[in-house]
Design a protein around this ligand. Structure first.
Ligand code: UDP
Length: 451
């Protein structure tokens, strides 16, 4: 008889998608899946008829609280507000399971996002093993692990960002890439990250959506410094059917537009689900794109421009100027877009999912990180893997235009494309039979069955 997994995603796109993908992967290994979720940003159960869904009562939070500028406060609030209703729900699920008929699968464990740190104490009290899914890469998890060092040395103080060099342990990161320095309240973020680390270390295992060949030295460091079993089993999106976990409706009409474009000619532009820019930056982005004269597909979601909940106001004359080469939509079927032969580059905010999707589809990146681990991801992309470029200073239309041409037209862009093609090949191999992620997934399944 199979076993049942209780899975609890964090209600943000970049966390929700990998948890649902992991659920699909584990379902294909014979587990039955129950998804526990908030009403806020709830999954569409119709897209996953093979799973059962359990909403947490009274968990409809206001989404204006979870903008990039308030994300730490929002996460702290979630970890407080969900304790009681989650406890009741978990207790109900487990007691129903206990009196279930013989053909009901026993619950093997709880798998939660690492940021649901309150669930560790609860899992312990129910004697339920908890495994953590960390949706960033290993390197940024390890940079969190060095934060006490940064705190000791004064980096988290108001003057922290004035320091010239970060401690050598964090290489290749620069001071401005240190995740906690890019939020409004570094101390509150430090508290959150400390709890995430402490409760992850208390768990029975941690899963990463990455692959060993991409981060070999981080994996070695993790194994040396942290005693929790680790399972690096990504890229998830290459092991599941096309994404059905989008919280916004994806506009697939862009695919027929892409069909009419030349191979590798189009720059795909999207800054994910939370990152926001101000109006002046938005105008520079728009004119930089237009002036580069390159074909582009731009996904502008509501809220991308601070102060505009609805569609962002494109500058006057922009749409006329780009009518023959640009398409603007609200939200893209991103993985399908990145796989399209017409795509030659991705201008991204470097959320980890976008970064990994780009790497494992072999697409060179133009990086515009905004906050949190995006800064570190962009640094790895440009300085370590060398599969993208970025503008270090404040963005302006002239530098954007130049950077897009370097990426899409010049020798530098072709070299980047060759390097990212090698990483794509490694990503393909790691999930094939005998590959690193393939084997790690088998280990994960055996680990869960051993509980
Ligand atoms: N995404 C999408 N359509 C878009 C933009 C993004 O489907 O127009 C998906 C993308 O494929 C990725 C997720 O949304 O899986 C964004 O996650 P990421 O970690 O890149 O960024 P976040 O939104 O968490 O900042």
């Amino acid at each position: 008889m199979g076993k049942r997994l209780l899975m609890f995603p964090l209600p943000f796109q970049g966390h929700h998608t990998p948890m649902l993908q992991l659920a699909e992967i584990l379902h294909s290994k014979g587990f039955s899946i129950s998804i526990i979720h908030t009403h806020f940003n709830s999954p569409n159960s119709a897209n996953h008829p093979q799973f059962s869904f359990y909403p947490i009562p009274n968990s409809l939070f206001k989404d204006e609280d979870c903008s990039a500028d308030h994300v730490v406060e929002f996460l702290n609030m979630l970890n407080k507000e969900c304790v009681l209703p989650f406890t009741d729900l978990l207790s109900q699920i487990l007691s129903e399971n206990n009196v279930a008929t013989e053909d009901e699968e026993p619950v093997a464990c709880l798998i939660t996002d690492a940021l649901w740190h309150f669930t560790q104490a609860l899992a312990d009290s129910f004697k339920l093993p908890r495994i953590v899914l960390r949706t960033s890469n290993l390197a940024s998890f390890l940079s969190f692990n060095s934060l006490y060092l940064l705190k000791e040395k004064g980096y988290l103080s108001a003057q922290g960002s004035q320091f010239e060099a970060p401690p050598p342990e964090l290489s290749p990161l620069k001071v401005k890439d240190i995740p906690l320095l890019c939020v409004s309240d570094p101390e509150a973020a430090y508290e959150l990250v400390s709890k995430l680390l402490e409760k992850t270390k208390a768990s029975r295992g941690v899963i990463f959506n990455s692959f060993e060949e991409l981060e070999p030295s981080s994996l070695a460091t993790f194994r040396k410094d942290i005693s929790v079993p680790i399972f690096v089993v990504g890229p998830f999106h290459k092991q599941v059917s096309a994404s059905s976990s989008s919280l916004l409706a994806q506009d697939s009409s862009c695919i027929s537009w892409l069909n009419s474009q030349s191979p590798k000619s189009v720059l795909y532009v999207s800054f994910g689900s939370i990152a926001a820019v101000n109006e002046a930056e938005f105008v520079e982005i728009a004119w930089g794109l237009a002036n580069s004269k390159q074909p582009f597909l731009w996904a502008i979601r509501p809220g991308l421009v601070r102060g505009h909940d609805g569609p962002a106001p494109l500058p006057n004359g922009f749409l006329d100027e780009v009518a023959d080469r640009g398409l603007v939509i609200t939200w893209a079927p991103q993985v399908e877009v990145l796989r399209h032969p017409a795509i030659g580059g991705f201008w991204t905010h470097n959320g980890w999912n976008s970064t990994l999707e780009s790497i494992s589809e072999g697409i060179p990146m133009f990086c515009l990180p905004c906050f949190a681990d995006q800064m570190a991801n962009a640094r790895y992309v440009t300085d370590l893997w060398r599969v993208g470029l970025r503008i270090e200073d404040e963005i302006n239309r002239k530098d954007i235009d130049k950077a897009i041409r370097r990426l899409m037209l010049e020798k530098e862009g072709r070299e980047i494309a060759e390097r990212v093609a090698c990483l794509k090949e490694k990503a393909d191999l790691c999930i094939a039979e005998g590959g690193s992620s393939y084997k790690s997934l088998d280990n994960l399944v055996a680990h869960i069955l051993s509980f």
